[in-house]
Design a protein around this ligand. Structure first.
Ligand code: PHE
Length: 453
């Protein structure tokens, strides 16, 4: 194969948008966004996060799709096509392959919890229980090594099953089913939230900016999350872009993906915070917010069982359409660069992600006290390594490459598919050359403690 021959392409633009939006929308939107919003005080944080997405995330997404589409190869091969065969820039691709693989390994653990919660909700496990009992359910789940590893494995089996079908047979077809379903479910939960007595408090919390709450860390947290939530810096969008045809309008595609992603995060927040306030719970309870709080809220609501099942189904679906994009990055690398078969590559990498993820799954039980990684558990360490360092670094190098070094980027028609938008290239160029790398440099310097006294 080695990148020769006809390469698969998305069957339709809609299929691409659904698949790419499916990658972007995941645990980041529904699990992480609400809890970091809660921790960072709401409104002002949300505002900064939105600005970061538009000024940094959007131009980098366009750059990744641009690189992928021009290269028509896996994330590593793209750079060999755009530059010389042995170009050093291939390290951006390798970095992305490593990041998305590592990300998949622990993402599957959290997604596995969600699988478990679907069943717990379906069996009515949350009904008629006190808040403490429901809180304890999460502890019971994560403290059982067998249970957590079983669900982690099940999630990876589902991921492998979809990716084996290939770009058109698998990813695109499933995204067409999963994404609209996700939207419907969220809309329902959102309306439920708006009808709850906490609607006003929830809306105020999310949209009333109190800039006194905006610490420098919150500001830089928001920028970091912009990468995570848009699937940037992990070569995902390079890989998905490589299945795009040359005439695609990257601006409008990226804008649509970004808007869908923002909408889901805001909908998730607006579904969660009203019920948090109505029930008198704390918005800043941390990563447990979804798993420990939502079932409590549902347990006291009419049709709570059904809504809880819907919610965790939604979370699992969202995680699945993200995990398939993580796996696709390394699978397409083996297929395009090493000439492996898709089936074998997918099985091997899925199996490897399972093994590498086991210490993450055990970080909440057997290995909870095993913290040689800067005092963190394996899960916390890999999570921080990928989210705080590898993704922003990947995004930084993409921006530097596209803004300063890639000659082929300097074409207006490449960005807008030949539509006449003379302002587009100059605006994008300033963002990708100065604003995006500058902002990422700030995030990374903050992460390594540069700004701490
Ligand atoms: N964007 C996904 C989410 O929000 C996570 C992800 C990051 C997926 C990087 C692929 C690559 O859950």
């Amino acid at each position: 194969m080695k990148g020769s021959g006809a390469r698969a392409q998305w069957a339709s633009r809609l299929g691409f948008i659904l698949a790419a939006a499916g990658s972007a929308i995941g645990l980041g939107n529904i699990w992480k966004f609400p809890y970091i919003t809660g921790q960072n005080g709401g409104g002002a944080f949300v505002l900064v996060y939105l600005v970061c997405i538009l000024l940094v995330g959007l131009p980098i997404m366009m750059a990744e799709l641009h690189i992928g589409r021009r290269g028509q190869r896996d994330a590593v091969g793209c750079f060999a096509v755009l530059e010389k065969k042995r170009t050093r820039w291939r390290f951006i691709g390798w970095l992305g392959v490593c990041s998305s693989f590592l990300l998949l390994s622990f993402y599957a653990v959290v997604a596995g919890w969600s699988f478990d919660y679907v069943l717990q909700a379906a069996s009515g496990g949350f009904q008629g229980r006190s808040a403490e009992e429901i809180n304890a359910l999460f502890g019971q789940l994560v403290s059982s090594p067998a249970q957590v590893v079983f669900w982690q494995g099940s999630f990876l089996v589902a991921t492998v099953g979809i990716v084996i079908g290939g770009v058109r047979g698998g990813i695109e077809r499933w995204s067409k089913i999963l994404m609209p379903l996700l939207f419907l479910l969220l809309l329902l939960l959102f309306l439920r939230g708006m009808l709850s007595p906490g609607a006003r408090a929830g809306l105020e919390f999310m949209f009333w900016p109190d800039f006194a709450k905006l610490t420098p860390t919150a500001l830089l947290d928001a920028l970091g999350h912009a990468f995570f939530t848009l699937s940037l810096g992990a070569a995902t969008m390079i890989t998905y872009g490589s299945y795009l045809d040359q005439k695609a309008d990257l601006l409008s595609l990226s804008v649509r993906i970004t808007l869908l992603d923002i909408m889901v995060a805001l909908l998730a927040g607006l579904a969660i915070f009203p019920v948090v306030f109505a029930a008198g719970l704390e918005p800043n309870s941390g990563p447990g917010l979804v798993f420990q709080t939502i079932p409590i809220v549902f347990s006291t609501m009419p049709f709570g069982s059904v809504l809880a099942v819907l919610f965790f189904l939604l979370l699992s679906f969202a995680a699945l359409s993200s995990s398939i994009s993580m796996l696709e990055v390394s699978v397409s690398y083996l297929v395009d660069e090493k000439g492996w078969g898709r089936g074998a590559s997918t099985l091997l990498l899925g199996g490897a992600a399972f093994v590498v993820g086991i210490p993450s799954a055990l970080s909440f039980n057997r290995l909870a006290e095993f913290t040689p990684f800067f005092g963190q558990t394996f899960f916390d360490f890999v999570n921080a390594l990928v989210s705080s360092y590898l993704l922003p670094l990947g995004g930084f190098f993409v921006a530097v490459y596209a803004g300063w070094f890639w000659k082929g980027s300097r074409r207006q028609d490449a960005l807008d598919g030949g539509k006449d938008r003379p302002w587009l290239y100059p605006v994008w160029h300033v963002l990708i050359k100065y604003v995006a790398p500058g902002a990422v440099a700030l995030v990374l310097l903050n992460q390594i403690g540069w700004f701490r006294p």
